[in-house]
Design a protein around this ligand. Structure first.
Ligand SMILES: [Zn+2]
Length: 185
């Protein structure tokens, strides 16, 4: 930061303290050339994040939409609302602080899944089935495999079976998958 009086680039910090209720840091500096003093403020940068949807449309990141999607996945899983809010906060911060200002809806989905797999297996599978648009039981099993690897086993299969019964993967596509898995000879 250049001195506002003589434009010299180097200075020393005399004092740092929190300002604006902790939203910024105020620093009193002294120019190493002219010795005059000036003040700087440091803040976290907030910029709008643009989401690129599957169909290529762009929209600004909608926090409440993300919240609703995660809420739906966490229904009756016992994940407290506070945890969901924390998760949304974390994801929003990750998006805010990523180098790119544009993110695909897929990338957001994968971010959510990364966090969900430690919160609730059932919510993970439900969210995956919506975000990855499962086309049949094969996709569902792939997601289970992934989860099994990520958590080092110990999956509550009974809970997952109940989740599967409520999720779209048990739709008519199962018939196709079942028949293609049968011996062809
Ligand atoms: Zn100066």
């Amino acid at each position: 930061m250049r001195c506002p009086f003589c434009q010299f680039p180097d200075n020393r910090v005399l004092e740092s303290r929190a300002a604006e209720s902790g939203q910024s840091v105020r620093r009193r500096r002294e120019c190493l050339q002219c010795n005059r003093r000036f003040t700087t403020y440091e803040r976290i940068e907030f910029v709008p994040v643009i989401v690129i949807k599957r169909d290529g449309d762009r929209e600004s990141f909608d926090r409440s939409k993300l919240f609703r999607g995660i809420m739906r996945a966490c229904e009756k899983t016992g994940v407290p609302q506070l945890e969901i809010e924390k998760l949304v906060d974390e994801i929003e911060a990750e998006l805010q602080q990523s180098a790119s200002r544009e993110v695909t809806s897929n990338e957001i989905g994968e971010l959510v899944l990364n966090h969900l797999q430690t919160l609730s297996e059932v919510a993970y599978v439900r969210f995956a089935s919506v975000y990855r648009q499962f086309r049949g039981i094969r996709d569902f099993i792939d997601a289970l495999d992934h989860l099994q690897n990520a958590t080092g086993g110990g999956i509550d299969l009974e809970a997952l079976r109940r989740a599967a019964e409520r999720s779209p993967v048990t739709s008519d596509n199962d018939n196709r998958e079942t028949s293609s898995a049968a011996p062809s000879s």
